[in-house]
Design a protein around this ligand. Structure first.
Ligand SMILES: [Zn+2]
Length: 322
């Protein structure tokens, strides 16, 4: 038994394969250290400085578009700015009883409810969201969600265009940058060139959650509706149908759907109606759909009240209106 063990250990030490594998595993560490030191030296160098300033105009343009996209993504939060006050939470249960989910995350978009409401909300989310999150299914709400949908759609388009824009600039300076930096320090390279990070997460979509926790805390269920673009389109249609049903209005009205957005851009030949810039002139130009008379001033989502504007013109128009 003992003899066999000794034999095994000697085998292990002399096996060339083991040595090779361990050597191979150790290579990455000095290599990484080398890259880290080299890249720090390189990014501070004169040559890199020249590359950075040669594309300064383009990085500034990308960063401005990035900031604009972030602004678009905040449009829902901005519309929801009602201040309901704040309350301090204390658990005064006799035995410091901790009901799961009771004092945990408390978000304004979570509605704690009975098992029955939870179940109903699952079957008809839009109806219950309106009812329990104080969203009146009326014209004002419809206009607000149409605007959010319009902005979110532009933000998503902008994100892709921004990525293309950035890749194009990077490919132009690619040959001047050492491969080792491009491959292993891609993120640091972008940062050092002056690009702000593009937020690719999708966390900005509003979410509505119905949550049930039994009084014992053992049973629970929750249903969440995420208002991403397809869901927002459905919600806008739902609101429209609801309003029509209540008012028995027969008139056809346009809704800010992706189909309409595309139609308006086609009609305007993918050209900004203010400055005349177009996607033919600038491939990655973000075009937005603008209400000529703003929604806030009673403007409707109608073909005659919609126009294509580039994001810069739309932004400067928005600033003037406010
Ligand atoms: Zn323009």
């Amino acid at each position: 038994m003992n003899e066999q063990k000794i034999k095994e250990t000697t085998n292990l030490a002399t096996n060339p394969l083991i040595w090779l594998v361990s050597l191979f595993l150790m290579i990455p560490i000095p290599f990484l250290v080398f890259i880290l030191i080299y890249s720090r030296w390189y990014f501070r160098g004169e040559e890199f400085g020249r590359i950075r300033s040669s594309i300064r105009k383009y990085t500034a343009d990308c960063n401005a578009l990035n900031a604009h996209i972030e602004e678009l993504r905040r449009s829902y939060v901005k519309a929801e700015k009602t201040d309901y006050g704040e309350a301090r939470f204390e658990n005064i249960s006799k035995y410091k009883y901790q009901k799961k989910g009771f004092n945990a995350e408390f978000a304004p978009n979570i509605y704690d409810c009975s098992r029955q409401i939870c179940g109903n909300a699952r079957k008809q989310p839009f109806k219950y969201i309106c009812k329990y999150f104080n969203i009146a299914p009326d014209e004002k709400t419809l206009a607000r969600f149409e605007e959010v949908l319009n902005n979110f759609s532009a933000a998503e388009e902008g994100k892709l265009l921004l990525k293309n824009k950035k890749d194009r600039i990077l490919s132009r300076v690619k040959t001047k940058i050492p491969a080792v930096i491009r491959i292993f320090m891609a993120k640091d390279l972008e940062k050092n060139l002056g690009f702000e990070e593009i937020a690719f997460n999708e966390l900005y979509y509003p979410q509505f959650t119905f949550r049930y926790v039994s009084s014992g805390g053992n049973a629970g269920a929750q249903f969440t509706t995420t208002m991403d673009i397809p869901m927002l389109e459905r919600f806008v249609k739902y609101l429209d149908e609801n309003i029509k049903r209540r008012k028995s209005a027969a008139g056809q009205r346009a809704l800010m759907t992706s189909k309409l957005r595309t139609y308006i851009k086609e009609r305007d030949h993918y050209t900004c109606r203010r400055c005349g810039n177009s996607t033919r002139r600038e491939a990655n130009l973000l075009l937005e759909i603008d209400h000529i008379i703003p929604i806030a001033r009673g403007g409707l989502t109608e073909e005659s009240n919609l126009q294509t504007l580039c994001w810069k013109c739309n932004r400067s128009k928005g600033a003037k209106v406010m």
